[in-house]
Design a binder for this molecule. Structure first.
Ligand code: HEC
Ligand SMILES: [Cu+2]
Length: 394
């Protein structure tokens, strides 16, 4: 019963998180338009070929009155039909090719419009050179997470990044290991990150919002869990975000002597409620920088002790709404704020059993010669304290 297949379409939701039918930027719109051109051409083909077939089947079917030896008139070739088919086929390819080429150029060429230059809208401090450039983000694909660097603004983050609404942003895409593909369906897609090569694309978000993306090229065991998020923010919110990102986080600033650490934690702290668990934060931090070996792979801005480069930057990990490359969400619902209890539980689970959450992940297995958590023994209570410290990284 082929019509049953139609039921599968019921599962399609035009407005879902990663729907390409709900574009929120010019690139995604261009790609959707191009897709629709092809859909219409193919619909025309379907109807044209289908009706000729149907006509032939009905018109020339065997009739009761036909004698058993009846043979239809034999013919060979028909120049009008043959030429017609060739011309119509070429015409349809041209109809598809013209908008395709236009779309390729459109998505490839960074718009020249000066109003997108950083100097025109960004109030923070940047070099003179950058004033004449559009905002640039370096994207790095790793097994199985993403890092985002803003060279002009001097900030680095992981798995979640921000961009200003209505402004062109230039992306340079690189890989740190295998081929990945960067895909943010409602804004643009997809461009591969390839080892030893820099690919580029531009993007613009036309509506403030939280957008969901993911790796779209099979890249190993946890490929399906290699997600990321983009926040399209108003200009003011974006600038505030940059200021926050530039600030260091709570962390000891190196050396054997940990005195003064509590004070430095306090001066960075935005959420005084955590102060009730003061000792736990402190002990969690101590474990992070010693027994847990977390700092061998991770960086925490403002700390000379944590400058690892093999793993997501944790400077503001507690400000991000998700964990494990967008996989564990700290919000009770899709919209809204971080739920602190859920966040703490997620941090705990991630450190305790990341291998169950993301099979084969390199934090558990170890990477770049660094010991992974499968060989680092931590008690449940130690993990709890580390989770509390992670939650203080804002
Ligand atoms: C061997 C290197 C390594 C060590 C040691 C390590 N990590 Fe990780 N960590 C990673 C990698 C790699 C990822 C990315 C995993 C993924 O999403 O696939 C990660 C991810 C994370 C994340 C999620 C970040 C995000 O934005 O999604 C947190 C939080 C984290 N680690 C905390 C810790 C803590 C706490 C410790 C110490 C107990 C630790 N890590 C030790 C390599 C390491
Ligand atoms: Cu990937």
């Amino acid at each position: 019963m082929p019509w049953v297949a139609v039921l599968f379409l019921v599962g399609c939701d035009y407005k879902s998180r990663q729907s390409t039918f709900d574009p929120k930027g010019p690139i995604a719109q261009e790609q959707l338009d191009l897709f629709m051109v092809t859909v219409w051409v193919v619909c025309f083909l379907f109807v044209a070929v289908g009706s000729v077939l149907l006509y032939a089947v009905i018109r020339f079917r065997e009739k009761k009155t036909d004698s058993p030896n009846f043979k239809p008139k034999q013919s060979h070739g028909n120049p009008v039909v043959e030429m017609g088919l060739i011309v119509v086929s070429i015409l349809m390819l041209v109809i598809i090719a013209i908008p395709t080429l236009q779309a390729i150029w459109f998505t490839h060429d960074l718009p020249e419009d000066e109003s997108n230059h950083l100097g025109q809208w960004y109030d923070g401090e940047i070099s003179e050179e950058s004033e004449e450039e559009v905002l640039t983000v370096y994207v790095y694909g790793w097994q199985w997470w993403w890092s985002f660097e803003y060279p002009q603004l001097g900030i680095t983050t992981a798995n979640e990044f921000a961009m200003p609404v209505g402004k062109v942003v230039n992306f340079e895409l690189r890989s740190r290991d295998v081929i990945h593909s960067f895909w943010l369906p409602k804004l643009a897609g997809k461009v591969d990150t390839i080892p030893g090569r820099i690919n580029s694309m531009w993007m613009q978000g036309d509506e403030v919002g939280h957008y969901y993306g993911q790796c779209a090229e099979f890249c190993g065991e946890s490929h399906a869990y290699m997600l990321f998020r983009a926040d399209v923010l108003s200009e003011e919110d974006f600038e505030a975000w940059v200021v926050e990102q530039k600030a260091g986080a709570a962390s000891p600033d190196g050396g054997e002597d940990w005195s003064g650490f509590k004070e430095s934690l306090a001066s960075y702290r935005k959420d005084p409620a955590i102060a009730e668990e003061w000792d736990d934060v402190f002990e969690g931090a101590a474990l992070f920088y010693s027994k847990g070996k977390c700092n061998t792979c991770h960086a925490v801005g403002g700390s000379g002790l944590a400058m690892g480069v093999l793993a997501p930057d944790l400077t503001h990990v507690a400000d991000r709404v998700s964990l494990g490359a967008g996989w564990l969400d700290h919000r009770a619902e899709d919209e809204g704020e971080i739920d602190p209890e859920l966040q703490l539980e997620n941090f705990y689970r991630w450190v305790r059993e990341s291998e169950k959450i993301k099979p084969g992940n390199l934090m558990y297995e170890g990477t770049g010669g660094m010991t992974g958590l499968k060989d680092i023994e931590l008690t449940d209570d130690e993990v709890r304290k580390i989770a509390i410290y992670l939650q203080s990284l804002k």
